[in-house]
Ligand binder design. Structure first.
Ligand code: ACO
Length: 382
C-alpha cells in the first residue's frame, strides 16, 4: 500500500566563521602570488582561519545551536544530526557525535557524511529521506570544515583558495505547502583523483615518509576541476528543477557552492541566468567546502535576499565528482534569525580526550595569529 510522504522545509539556519582573517596581502608574503591574480582568477579577497582551540566539531556546534535557536527549538528536539565534512576532528569518533554531545542533545542519531564540497547538499538529501518517511521530525544538517588543517601553505595552487567555517539548517517535517520541491545528487567518477589527499587513511596510512612528502595535504588539478564543476553544477541544477516542475526562469535566487567566482560567472553565461540572482560571498570566505552553501544561505537571508515564497536553488560540486542541487520554496520568517543572537563559541565545549593537547594551527600562519609583520621564510613557487 502506497503511503503519503511528509513535506520537508527549512525552519532554522545559522553559520559561524572564525575571527582570524587570512588576506591576499598576507598570502603575497608567503608564496609567489599577488592580490590581482587571486582576485581576477578566483574572486577571493580573504578567508577565515580557525583558532588553535577551534575544530570542525566546535564550529559545527556553534552553527548548529544558532540554527536550532532560529527554528525556535531546543537541542533535544533534534532527532538526526548529519555533519558533511572532509575535515572531521578525528577519523573516529565522528564530528557529528562530538557535536551532539556539545549541544546537549540526548537522543538524536548522529553521523558524518563524506561528499567533500557537496557534503551539505548530500546531507540535506539524506535528512529529507528521514523526515519525508516519518523516521524523524527535526534534523540538523551541518556543513563544517577546517580546511586550513589540510592545506599546504607552500602550494600557491591551493593555499589561496580555501577557508574555515560552518553552516547549518534545521529541516522539519511539515504538511504545509512550500518547502523542498526537488533534489538531485550525482557522482561523476571522471574526477575521482582531481582533488584528493593522498595519505593519512587506509590505502596510505600516515608514515614519516608520507608526511615528509606532504601527502597529508590536499592536492588539486585545478583546470580539469574547473571545467567539470561548470558542467556538473549546471546539469545537476537543471535536473533538480525538472523534478520540481520548474525552469531557471522560476528561480529567485541561486545559492551555490563558492569555489571560484569565475565558475559561477561561466555557469551564469552558459545557462543565460543573470548573476544578480546568484548569491556570491566567496570574497569574504574563500572555498569553505561543505560549509559554503549553508554559510551563503544564512548570509543571503540576513541580507534580505530571501523572503517567504521565494524559490531558491542550492547547488554544489566537490571532490569525488560529487554534485547536488535542492530546489525549495522558502517559508520561514527571515527575522527568526534574531532568536540566535548572542550564541557563540562560549556556548559549546567539545568533550576532552584526556590526551596532552597539541596545537592544530598551521605553523605557516602562526605569524598572522601573533600579529607579526611577516613570515620567516617564503614558500618556493612550483
Ligand atoms: N598565484 C599566481 N599564479 C598562480 C597561482 C597563484 N596563487 N596559482 C597558480 N598560478 C599559476 C600557475 O602556476 C600557472 O602558471 P603557468 O602558466 O606559468 O604554468 C598559471 O597561474 C595558470 O594556472 P591555472 O591552474 O591554469 O589557473 P586557473 O586560471 O585554472 O586557476 C584555479 C586556478 C583557481 C585553481 C582554478 O583552476 C579553479 O578554481 N579550479 C576549480 C577549483 C574547484 O572548483 N574546486 C571545487 C571543489 S574543491 C573540494 O571539493 C574540496
Amino acid at each position: 500500500m502506497a503511503r503519503s510522504l511528509m513535506g520537508v522545509r527549512v525552519t532554522g539556519w545559522g553559520a559561524y566563521a572564525p575571527d582570524l582573517k587570512l588576506t591576499n596581502a598576507a598570502l603575497e608574503q608567503m608564496v609567489d602570488t599577488n592580490d590581482e591574480w587571486i582576485m581576477t582568477r578566483t574572486g577571493i579577497s580573504e578567508r577565515r582561519i580557525a583558532a588553535p582551540e577551534e575544530t570542525t566539531a566546535s564550529m559545527a556546534a556553534v552553527a548548529g545551536l544558532r540554527a536550532i535557536a532560529t527554528a525556535g527549538l531546543a537541542p533535544d528536539d533534534i532527532d538526526l544530526i548529519i555533519v558533511g565534512t572532509l575535515t572531521p576532528d578525528y577519523p573516529l569518533p565522528s564530528a557529528a557525535a562530538l557535536v551532539k554531545e556539545a549541544i546537549g542533545n540526548k537522543h538524536a542519531a548522529a553521523f558524518d557524511l563524506a561528499a567533500a564540497c557537496s557534503g551539505f547538499v548530500y546531507g540535506y538529501r539524506v535528512a529529507h529521506g528521514y523526515l519525508a518517511s516519518g523516521l524523524a521530525k527535526h534534523a540538523l544538517v551541518i556543513g563544517a570544515e577546517t580546511m586550513s588543517r589540510c592545506t599546504d601553505f607552500s602550494d600557491r595552487g591551493t593555499c589561496v583558495l580555501f577557508g574555515d567555517g560552518a553552516g547549518a539548517v534545521v529541516l522539519s517535517a511539515s504538511d504545509e505547502p512550500g518547502g523542498t520541491l526537488g533534489i538531485e545528487l550525482t557522482t561523476d567518477t571522471a574526477a575521482t583523483y582531481s582533488i584528493w589527499i593522498p595519505a593519512g587513511a587506509a590505502a596510505r596510512p600516515a608514515t614519516a615518509a608520507t608526511v615528509a612528502a606532504s601527502e597529508h595535504f590536499m592536492r588539486m588539478r585545478g583546470g580539469e576541476t574547473f571545467k567539470l564543476a561548470v558542467r556538473k553544477l549546471g546539469s545537476t541544477a537543471i535536473r533538480a528543477l525538472e523534478k520540481s516542475n520548474m525552469t531557471l526562469d522560476d528561480v529567485d535566487l541561486v545559492v551555490p557552492h563558492q569555489a571560484n567566482a569565475r565558475i559561477l560567472e561561466a555557469l551564469s553565461k552558459i545557462q543565460n541566468f543573470p548573476m544578480e540572482r546568484v548569491f556570491v560571498n566567496i570574497h569574504k570566505y574563500g572555498n569553505t567546502s561543505a560549509a559554503s552553501v549553508p554559510i551563503a544561505l544564512s548570509e543571503a537571508v540576513a541580507e534580505g535576499r530571501i523572503k517567504p515564497g521565494d524559490r531558491i536553488l542550492l547547488v554544489a560540486f566537490g571532490a569525488g565528482g560529487t554534485a547536488g542541487a535542492v530546489a525549495l520554496q522558502w517559508t520561514a520568517n527571515p527575522d527568526d534569525r534574531l532568536r540566535a543572537d548572542g550564541i557563540g563559541p562560549k556556548d559549546v565545549r567539545i568533550l576532552d580526550t584526556g590526551l596532552e593537547p597539541v596545537s592544530p594551527f598551521p605553523p605557516a600562519l602562526e605569524w598572522i595569529r601573533v600579529g607579526a609583520s611577516g613570515p620567516e621564510a617564503k614558500g618556493s613557487p612550483e
